[in-house]
Write a protein that binds this ligand. Sequence first.
Ligand SMILES: [Zn+2]
Ligand SMILES: [Zn+2]
Length: 231
Amino acid sequence: MSYNISTMYIWKFFNENCVCPVCEIRKKMDADISEMYLSEAVMENEERKKVNKYGFCKDHYDLLYLGTNKLGLALQMQTRVKTIGALIKNYTDVKKAQKHAKAIQKRLETCVICNTLNFNMERYYETIARLYKDDEKFRNVTFKTIHGLCYGDYLNLINYAHKAGKYSAEFLATLHEKQTASTNDLIKQLNDFTMAFDYRAKTLPSKSASLSLKLTRVKVYGDKTNLPERK
Ligand SMILES: [Zn+2]
Ligand SMILES: [Zn+2]
């Protein structure tokens, strides 16, 4: 399945005051790709073959299950389960059985949606760094207004810093500055939250302090994807 890398989402989410704009891009793309696996498009032969071979990871299975096409999911899983079922063999030799178990384990760990998502996210990291190089407004205004990133995406962008060309060092410096400031903010919010439990505390946790655990979820582990609600 092809997916267009659009700078539109980069502009959109880097201008929103979120914990991690890259997570927002990923969530949007994840929801779009997952939706495709609930549409008629997945009944095409080429896609069916991919689903049979790679299947869905647990998170994507759960996401698809929450979607609106249970029949489509059942049809896809029917052939996927057959594929896995065909791998099961009876061994009397323990070593051979254990080697085969490892091979099946590997086959169970793949996911057709994660494959597409990861492939396209690599293109997004690169496009973000290139945009930083090529677009003065993105470099001097938009990128400077972000709050920070989750740690995973902070590292992902560092991996593509060379794509910012002559602005690579500046790109790294801004990333570092944003990440340090947002980390300090989060530490402060967690501190305020824990302090409110102190028996000497006279005030209830402030709203931002009680959000601190939610922010920590995104900062440390990245954000979760939800499928858009249907009317
Ligand atoms: Zn992120
Ligand atoms: Zn997956």
